[in-house]
Design a binder for this molecule. Structure first.
Ligand code: ADP
Ligand code: MG
Length: 334
């Protein structure tokens, strides 16, 4: 694999408010390849924005390592970090108004960051090229109030790209638009990664985002919990024939595979609903089997599998026979 463009290693962020510590990221590890189009999903408060702010140089981590394009963000002085943020990163926020100046037209909005960076040469031409790239070639002289929400968000993408940053960070860019518009915005991101090679990270609350990007990582409690990777499987004519499909030609099927992520210390994040289902709490038994590693409740007899335990609980639920043994809360569904 090529050297990652982004490398987060044991990233920790602790916020301190009124003497209280709030851990937003706990030893998060993540690597992103150059030119990758990636999405981050996770419940509210799981640390997505914190991670984006750190990657964008808006905030500093409390501990750990973060490298972007071989630059160590932790070692940068304030001045270097400011320059990094201005020149190396494009931001797109959820509310398009946060990205844009309402009384300027589309092209003037895109020219503005170039002017601020002192890049006056060819700035209008470059802005026009970017607006064309995001599909707004015929809307350049419209004021923002004359553009739809989705169009404004695409102007915001062009603004984010104005100074040719290699990294684009979008924090819930489709949070305030309908599904069709969201689709259009994702298409725009795909075009950009393909045509300009920008590495793009999109925070999304959209469960269907896996169809739009190369990879989705889920953050839970400030840690990377799982990854969903999109794979194209080629079905051969033989396979199609055997499975009752018309075997005229090769068929490409897109499948999604979700993996749990292991960190360097071997820790994995097991979804709470799985633990609840097999009544694992605090301690568990680990066993290496022919198929992999089996995790089962520590209280259980060594011969029974976790599946059997789950069934047993269901069967004895009415009588409440195993409740005490497994510490079930009365009335809770298995
Ligand atoms: P997300 O974007 O996934 O909703 P955030 O990264 O915004 O999550 O927040 C992660 C955790 O850190 C939350 O518990 C949040 O309350 C806390 N947090 C975020 N920003 C700050 C801040 N500036 N000061 C204190 N706590 C914060
Ligand atoms: Mg957020």
């Amino acid at each position: 694999m090529a050297e990652p463009f982004i490398l987060c290693d044991g990233l920790v962020k602790i916020y301190k408010i009124a003497g209280l510590e709030q851990v937003a990221l706990r030893e998060l590890n993540l690597s992103v390849q150059p030119g990758e189009l990636m999405a981050i999903v996770g419940a509210s408060g799981s640390g997505k924005t914190t991670l984006m702010n750190i990657l964008g140089g808006l905030d500093r981590p409390s501990a750990g390592r973060v490298l972007v394009d071989k630059q160590d963000l932790l070692r940068m002085s304030d001045g270097q970090l400011n320059r990094y943020r201005r020149e190396r990163v494009g931001f797109i926020w959820q509310q398009s108004t946060r990205n844009l100046i309402p009384y300027l037209n589309a092209i003037d909005n895109v020219v503005l960051p170039m002017t601020v960076a002192g890049k006056m040469k060819r700035s209008r031409q470059h802005a026009a090229e970017l607006l064309t790239l995001v599909g707004l070639g015929n809307r350049m002289h419209h004021r923002l109030s004359e553009l739809s929400g989705g169009e404004q968000q695409r102007v915001a993408i062009a603004v984010g790209l104005a100074n040719d940053p290699p990294l684009l960070l979008a924090d819930e860019p489709t949070g305030e638009v309908d599904t069709a518009t969201a689709e259009l915005i994702y298409n725009t991101f795909r075009t950009l990664t393909r045509e300009m090679g920008v590495t793009t990270i999109i925070v999304s609350h959209d469960p269907g985002v896996a169809r739009q990007v190369d990879r989705v990582v889920a953050i839970r409690d400030g840690m990377l919990a799982s990854e969903t990777v999109r794979q194209t499987v080629v079905r051969t004519p033989e396979w199609l024939a055997e499975n009752g499909h018309a075997a005229s030609s090769e068929h490409h099927a897109v499948t999604f595979e979700e993996w749990v992520v292991l960190d360097k210390a071997g820790r994995v994040h097991i979804p709470p609903e799985y633990l609840e289902q097999v009544q694992i709490r605090g301690r568990a038994r680990l066993e290496v089997t022919a198929d992999g590693i089996l995790i089962r409740p520590a209280e259980d007899g060594a011969e029974r599998s976790q599946v059997v335990v789950a069934e047993t609980v269901t069967e004895t639920q009415k009588s409440g026979g195993l409740r005490g043994l497994f510490g079930r809360r009365p009335g809770k569904k298995t």
